[in-house]
Design a protein around this ligand. Structure first.
Ligand code: DGL
Length: 267
């Protein structure tokens, strides 16, 4: 059995790379729903439909555990998948999102004045605000949706990113935030730039998810012991182009073979 990693597109490869570095032997199957990326502007219904098909595919490919690396899908579809889909179809398998581990990390460090950037869906869902305040109502969270960042990162537009970030982050820089949560797979690419340019403390999910995953596997030997460990990583996407191939290798920082997973036959 394998570890599945799912993202709306290719940004989750950054998380996969970090998992691979932290847990070198685990077998990983990555799936990016490139046919439908970006999820960030879509409706809850559409995101759920796409995410369920992708999760189903990964389980059929013998994934025992899936990391849903996409914040947008974690914000919209994860709870329903865990509460309705899993018990009905795969009661002994598990899906982990990225939002709860990120929140746990922020809480463990005692932050109470937090900034966050994410997709339109993630920010408007208010999921971070609600989850953080459930645990500590005194926490203040200042959120900005930053929808231009994913297309810039995916299309080799880093030379414009600084101007766009300056504009997006200006209101947050006046709030004395103690940390900035990068609530999108792709923003891992921006963490060093943000740290250097704005002197902000940044919570980047590639630095959290592998650690939280390793802790989870330690707590759950029934999952951990069924995972095969030959160090293999396979990558598949729901739409395959030369551009995706180049981006995948860029994100993984070494050449990647992508295969086409034909799982959205009816669109
Ligand atoms: N992977 C998405 C996320 O982490 C970003 C791209 C998208 O909008 O689909 O939210």
């Amino acid at each position: 059995m394998k570890l599945g990693v799912f993202d709306s597109g290719l940004g989750g490869i950054l998380i996969t790379r970090a998992i691979r570095e932290h847990i070198p032997d685990i077998d990983i199957l990555y799936l990016g729903d490139t046919l439908h990326v970006p999820y960030g502007n879509r409706s809850e219904k559409a995101i759920y439909t796409y995410a369920e098909r992708c999760i189903d595919y990964l389980f059929k490919q013998d994934c025992q555990l899936i990391v849903m690396a996409c914040n947008t899908a974690s914000a919209s579809a994860l709870r329903r998948l865990q509460q309705e889909y899993l018990p009905r179809h795969y009661p002994h398998r598990r899906i982990l999102g990225v939002i709860v581990p990120t929140i746990e990390y922020a809480l463990e460090r005692g932050y109470t004045n937090i900034g966050l950037i994410g997709t339109n869906y993630t920010v408007r869902s208010e999921v971070y605000r609600e989850e953080l305040r459930k645990i500590n109502p005194a926490i203040r969270i200042h959120q900005i949706n930053t929808p231009l960042l994913v297309p810039l990162i995916e299309n080799n537009g880093m030379k414009w990113v600084e101007d766009v970030l300056d504009d997006y982050l200006a209101p947050l820089l006046t709030k004395n935030i103690e940390t900035l949560i990068l609530s999108c797979t792709h923003y891992v690419c921006l963490k060093d730039l943000i740290r250097q340019r704005y002197g902000l403390h940044v919570i980047a999910q590639d630095e959290i998810i592998p650690l939280k995953l390793a802790e989870y596997l330690e707590r759950h030997p029934e999952i951990s012991t069924v995972l095969s460990r030959t160090g293999q990583t396979d990558f598949c996407v729901t739409d395959l182009t030369q551009n995706y191939l180049e981006s995948a290798s860029f994100f993984y920082q070494s050449p990647v073979q992508l295969t086409h997973a034909n799982i959205h036959a009816e669109g």
